[in-house]
Design a protein. Structure first.
Length: 298
């Protein structure tokens, strides 16, 4: 029963739709494929129910239908037992069920609103004109100097010993000094970089965006504080030091980033809507002391 405690809350969401699917009129070419605790399920109604579940749960069904249905039948039986015991009417279960329903409906409301958002071409053009910096790309070259302060013992006496963090930092700073003194960054990348993919291309790296949240903050700061031609100080990350050289900072045309602009406009419209809903919500604090926000009214 240990693993069941995680699956039950997710599968429970399907139970509410059980009666609706059970009333689906059978078709001549829709055979009964399984009987769950005495109830016949036809192929179409079963798969319709599964498709209404969260995607990760639906994937579990198609990965192993029999195992999924055995667990589903168990959850059905346990839910029925809880109903017979009057659990939904007792606390804390009544409040928790109501809370889960509220959360689900709130998410559904945002999904419905998102589906209704439309973006016109002129809205994309206006947004892009006012937010070009958000879509700009930094073309960079990189050198990666790896290190390992706790290497595993090697049985090969000829194996190359990895650099320590101190050794890697020393080499990285030497390379930065050489580039700033006029050395060719690409040649140094081909000779010293431990990143195989970029080393073969003379350090050429994918374009970077200033609002790319997948980049560590230290790297974003290092790259976007450079001017074309400048090289960064070594940036320490887990397992290595990165050195960046900014080649150019370009702004693509709207045609090149139209899909990104479309998504940005949709996000802006949705954010405006949800903030409007938030502002319309009324919360009146009658006892600030209880809330921890001040002294009670006299």
């Amino acid at each position: 029963m240990q693993g069941l405690s995680v699956a039950i809350p997710v599968l429970w969401l399907a139970l509410a739709s059980l009666s609706a699917f059970a009333q689906t009129p059978p078709a001549a070419d829709d055979p009964v494929v399984v009987v769950l605790d005495g109830k016949e399920w036809r192929k179409n109604e079963l798969e319709a129910m599964v498709r209404a579940l969260p995607p990760d749960v639906a994937r579990n069904f198609f990965a192993n239908k029999e195992a999924f249905l055995k667990q589903y039948a168990l959850v059905m039986r346990l839910a029925k037992m809880a109903e017979e015991e009057g659990v939904p009417a007792r606390e804390p279960h009544r409040t928790r069920l109501a809370y889960n329903r509220m959360i689900y409906l709130a998410q559904a409301a945002t999904d419905v609103r998102a589906m209704k958002i439309t973006v016109k071409p002129e809205e994309q053009e206006k947004y892009f004109a006012g937010h070009k910096d958000e879509f700009a790309r930094a073309q960079v070259k990189v050198i990666y100097i790896s290190f390992n302060d706790n290497p595993l013992p090697s049985s090969d006496p000829k194996a190359k010993k990895p650099r320590t963090g101190a050794e890697a930092e020393k080499l990285a700073r030497e390379l930065v000094a050489r580039v700033r003194a006029g050395a060719d960054f690409s040649e140094l990348a081909r000779k010293f970089s431990d990143d195989e993919e970029t080393r073969a291309k003379g350090g050429d790296y994918k374009p970077l965006r200033p609002n790319d949240t997948t980049l560590p903050p230290q790297i974003r700061t290092a790259v976007f504080s450079l001017r074309p031609g400048q090289v960064s100080d070594p940036v320490r990350q887990t397992g290595g030091f990165w050195i960046f050289q900014l080649k150019d900072f370009i702004t693509p045309s709207l045609a090149e980033v139209r899909n990104e602009v479309y998504l940005a406009v949709r996000e802006a419209k949705f954010r405006e809507w949800i903030e409007g809903v938030q502002k319309s919500v009324q919360v009146e604090v009658r006892d600030p002391q209880y809330m921890g926000t001040g002294s009670p009214k006299k």
